[in-house]
Design a protein around this ligand. Sequence first.
Ligand code: NAD
Length: 247
Amino acid sequence: MGKYSEKNVVITGGSNGIGFAMAKLLVDGGARVMITGRSQTALDTARARLGENVVAVRGDVAALSDLEALAERVTGEFATLEALFVNAGIARTMPLESTTEQFYDEMFDINVKGAYFTVQKLAPLLSPGAGVVLTTSTANVVGIPTTSVYSAGKAALRSMARSLAGELLPRGIRVNAISPGPVDTGILGNGMTEEEAEQFKAQQIAGNPMRRLGTPDEIARAAAFLAFDATFTTGAEFVADGGATQL
Ligand code: NAD
């Protein structure tokens, strides 16, 4: 029996990066996991690496019809749902003066609206004692130029963890937020040239008290702790950033 045997879990954005590491940790511990993502190729690759206890479902979290289809799939595949990792997200930077309405709407549609309605559509399926974990970011407490839209969206998620925790507590469901600092995934250099991405990572490493980036597995373990072990914790934020926002 693994630590997560008989646990059914949904991870949005589970095909890559942090979500994939969450899926691997939980599947290795015996869970049955449904992962989502936008790229069928990435989902197929992830499914092949994770094995038969994983169901991969393509869908856009910004489309409510896709979230409804996901809820139906969960109902069909799993009798119960013990954890929900609301992790899908995009990170793009843009200075204030260049930010367009389209850029703003896309960031908020995926990172904020998508997260909110993921919880709304899947909450009815969560069993008593289940844990929901929203992936926010340490960007929600620091003022980094060019990240105003991303950071505001992540601050909204931090706030949602509190209010939704209050709403779901009567059903015995806990809602918490995991707040990663810079983690070495494809998202870090998004929209940058290879050289710019390397320079950005070097800056992040130099400014971090631990002098390194986080790994997806480190975030996955913290998120799994919130979902399954932190049974007296709800509405909280767990920061995993090498001490960058604390020291
Ligand atoms: P990633 O790009 O490696 O993975 C992102 C995942 O989200 C992919 O599976 C992708 O398919 C999915 N996704 C993106 N848009 C989607 C949409 N519209 N519908 C469904 N799925 C969608 O990135 P990551 O670093 O693993 O990021 C995961 C989460 O962690 C994000 O919410 C991100 O904002 C957050 N985060 C990352 C870092 C970091 O440094 N990597 C730091 C703080 C927070």
